[in-house]
Design a protein around this ligand. Structure first.
Ligand code: GUE
Length: 276
């Protein structure tokens, strides 16, 4: 089975549109805060802006000045702003400090300590959209997670670490192994997985001999090769061994953007309800 992101994203966007109707004239706004964005960041920003146009949701790009802290405080206090994304990397600015200064209510990418900590406690506002997209896809296609052996390749703050905690949540109940560059026997640990998630950022990282027969493979990798997007998984060879696999492009990435906008609308509702 090919786990395409489009039908998952479509359902999320239709839920968003239903909610937008109820808001009438009022609208959420997303701010993309950047400093000299690189090619890959610019391409992501363009695709978010385009999606905003489709949904009739304003997306504003703001360039960092020499006073980032003041800028973020102003965005935190502005009731017209529902969500703030700090585009990575922020060149010439300490990104960690800027991230920590976003109001947790507007941190729609779940990058700050309050939202990240919330995942451990099981009651966070926003989990990182890419991590959430993985769970969303598995649920959409009715792939059982409870009690399964899951191996995650990569321990990033945006995917590997938060995703491991989402898999551990009560009601999801996976058993997780997280591998990284210092892991011994990474191939064996990958081969042991019922569900293998790759979030490494290296083309061709997962080969067919890394995958158990009948496994589910989720490719989170977004690698630019000759201007084209390619995942971490050697798709053509690996797919023969799987019962289900995500394509790149058209898989997890498609759902990520949808979840980002879902968080934005949630934030808008919270702020309307006086949650700010
Ligand atoms: N705060 C922050 N969050 C990020 O998530 C983030 C970032 N900064 N900085 C840059 C990197 C790079 N990145 C991309 C994501 C999607 C595409 C992309 O091309 N996506 C396709 C779909 C890809 C697919 O279908 O798999 C699209 O949106 O149409 C490119 C690049 C995000 N990043």
């Amino acid at each position: 089975m090919l786990l395409e992101g489009a039908p998952v994203a479509k359902r999320i966007y239709s839920e968003i549109k239903d909610q937008m109707i109820r808001f009438e004239a009022k609208k959420p706004k997303l701010v993309l805060y950047c400093s000299h964005p690189d090619d890959s960041t610019q391409s992501y920003m363009r695709s978010i802006v385009k999606r905003g146009e489709k949904l009739d949701i304003p997306v504003e790009v703001i360039e960092a000045t020499e006073k980032p802290f003041e800028q973020i405080m102003q965005l935190n206090e502005d009731p017209a702003v529902s969500g703030i994304m700090i585009m990575h990397p922020l060149k010439g600015i300490d990104e960690d400090i800027v991230i920590k200064s976003i109001s947790p209510l507007k941190d729609v990418e779940g990058r700050g300590p309050t939202n990240l900590g919330g995942i451990v406690m099981g009651e966070g506002y926003y989990a990182p959209p890419t991590a959430e997209a993985v769970i969303e896809i598995l649920k959409f296609y009715n792939i059982a997670i409870r009690g399964k052996d899951i191996t995650i390749l990569g321990r990033s703050t945006t995917v590997g670490k938060p995703l491991s905690l989402l898999f551990l949540k009560k009601g999801i109940d996976g058993t997780v192994t997280v591998c990284h560059s210092r892991t011994h026997g990474i191939q064996e640990k990958s081969r042991a997985a019922d569900i293998l998630v790759s979030a490494v950022g290296k083309t061709g990282f997962v080969r067919e001999d890394w995958v158990k027969e009948g496994a589910v493979v989720i490719d989170v990798g977004i690698n630019l090769v000759d201007g084209k997007i390619v995942g971490d998984v050697d798709f053509e060879n690996v797919k023969e061994k799987t019962i289900a696999i995500t394509p790149v492009p058209g898989g997890v990435g498609t759902v990520t953007t949808a979840i980002l906008f879902r968080h934005l609308v949630e934030s808008f509702k919270r702020i309307l309800d006086g949650g700010i």
